[in-house]
Design a protein around this ligand. Structure first.
Ligand code: HEM
Length: 442
């Protein structure tokens, strides 16, 4: 039987700690995956997992008959923050299927029609805001954080957040979200013993920040329930008539706010990087506007922006906003050449598997939306996860990102005055390091 490889320096008891990268862990693991042939074991202390960066083995890990979704590591910290949130709740908890079933109709492609007007209002405001800043440097992180937060606030809960003129740094609500995310992604990576110093204080800060994130949502849920308001065209309307307790609804609201803005903002920031790395790439995005007209605000037009759609899919292939997801073997099985025991935890590293040359060809590392040209055979591609616990927000994020990018490229020439390679920071998501671009009205 072929033994599964592992990093070279394995220490008794501690395991594969040498060479770990605490600041950019998944990018590091993607390099290790390439060195070790795509599949390897990482053992840390008493626990072990198989990292899957090869496309064929990643497909095997997505087989629902032999694997299912699990949420270890940073996910456990997120679970503490929103125990019944759709993302964090255990599959075995009845709340998961209840909430997923209640929300499914609110996330269909057709349901996007209801949220479209709210998205259009926010995107129009963004365009106006940028016209007022023509020629100035604009942080892509701040712009996209604000855009996606405003959109999830209006489409999720029918309310507006602070608006484009409030700098992201000065926004208490965004600061509270950042504290919560930072805690859940950094805390699990701290060293044993020494890393525990100050853990209590950090935890207290995170939960204080959580209170601040929850406060307006608790009030909103109570008011909507009291008024029996299901007419507002937002996500919450799907949950108001259910008999789920208010606390469960608040957990969903926190989940939408966090899952719904951070990932899509990361995608749009990556899109602005590739659009400015070679400004000629903006041409095809303008050319595919329906009837040659610039992107308008009609719901029907958005899915017809095919070049923009391919562009965004390519962004998610090279830089999946969530770099991977966890699976657990529910039977003795195989991953690539290796036999895997029931109970083995696998980390499907989409960041590596979606760049596997064996599946995507020799230009797998090259940005080229033609990888998604009609009729072309696709390699492993699951930036939205897999199976019954795949991303419920896929149509939402796709509609929103296509709409926003189409509007931006039709209204502006976008340039990056600094240039330089794409550097990614990790905070549960993969996001470009701080970058600034200039929007010049066309
Ligand atoms: C689940 C990616 C946008 C809500 C997931 C998963 C992935 C993912 C990979 C599966 C995680 C796992 O298996 O552990 C993305 C990406 C997005 C995006 C790349 C944007 C580009 C959104 C949006 C929302 C959302 C806009 C909500 C408005 C959720 C929820 C789950 C989920 C609630 C858990 C579903 C369940 O377990 O039943 N997402 N997501 N996501 N996503 Fe997204």
């Amino acid at each position: 039987m072929t033994t599964i490889p592992h990093p070279r320096f394995r220490i008794p008891v501690l395991g594969d700690v040498i060479g770990l990268d605490w600041t950019t862990p998944t990018q590091h693991e993607a390099r290790v995956a390439r060195e070790l042939g795509g599949v390897y074991e990482r053992r840390l202390g008493g626990s072990s997992m198989v990292v899957v960066g090869a496309a064929d083995a990643a497909e095997q890990a997505c087989d629902e008959t032999t694997f299912s979704r699990i949420l270890p590591g940073p996910g456990l910290y997120l679970r503490e923050l929103a125990p019944t949130g759709l993302f964090t709740v255990r599959s075995s908890d009845p709340a998961w299927s209840q909430v997923r079933t209640a929300l499914q109709p609110a996330f269909t492609q057709e349901a996007m029609r209801r949220y479209h007007a709210g998205m259009a209002t926010v995107i129009d405001e963004m365009v106006e805001h940028l016209r007022g800043r023509a020629g100035e440097r604009v942080s892509t992180h701040d712009l996209m954080t604000r855009l996606t937060l405003e959109i999830i606030a209006i489409a999720g809960f029918g309310y507006r957040s602070a608006g484009f003129d409030v700098p992201v740094d000065a926004d208490q609500y965004l600061r509270a979200i950042a504290t919560v995310l930072e805690w859940s992604s950094k805390e699990p990576n701290r060293l044993p013993l020494v890393g525990r110093i100050g853990a209590g204080a950090r935890r207290a800060d995170a939960f204080a920040a959580l209170d601040a994130v929850q406060a307006p949502l608790i009030e909103l849920v109570a008011r909507r329930r009291r008024d029996g308001d299901t007419d507002t065209p937002d996500l919450l309307s799907a949950l108001i008539p259910t008999d789920l307790p208010d606390a469960v609804l608040v957990d969903q609201a926190v989940t939408f706010i966090i899952a719904g803005h951070e990932t899509t903002a990361a995608l749009l920031e990556v899109a602005l990087f590739y659009a400015t790395e070679d400004p000629a790439r903006q041409g095809p995005l303008r050319a595919d506007a329906p009837d040659g007209a610039p992107a308008q605000s009609r719901y029907e037009d958005i899915a017809r922006h095919r070049a923009t759609g391919r562009f965004l899919r390519e962004c998610l292939r090279l830089v999946p906003s969530l770099p991977g997801f966890f699976r657990i073997a529910t039977a003795d099985t195989r991953l690539g050449d290796y036999a895997i025991r029931r109970g083995t935890v696998a980390f499907v590293l989409a960041l590596a598997a979606q760049r596997d040359r064996a599946a995507w060809g020799d230009d797998a590392d090259v940005f080229d939306p033609e990888h998604f040209a009609r009729g072309r055979r696709l390699g492993f591609y699951r930036p939205f996860g897999t199976g019954p616990r795949d991303c419920i927000g896929r149509a939402f994020a796709t509609h929103e990102a296509t709409f926003a990018l189409a509007r931006l490229t039709s209204a502006f020439d976008i340039t990056d005055p600094d240039g330089g390679p794409l550097e990614l920071v990790e905070r549960a998501t993969l996001r470009p390091a701080r970058r600034e671009v200039v929007f010049t009205p066309r």
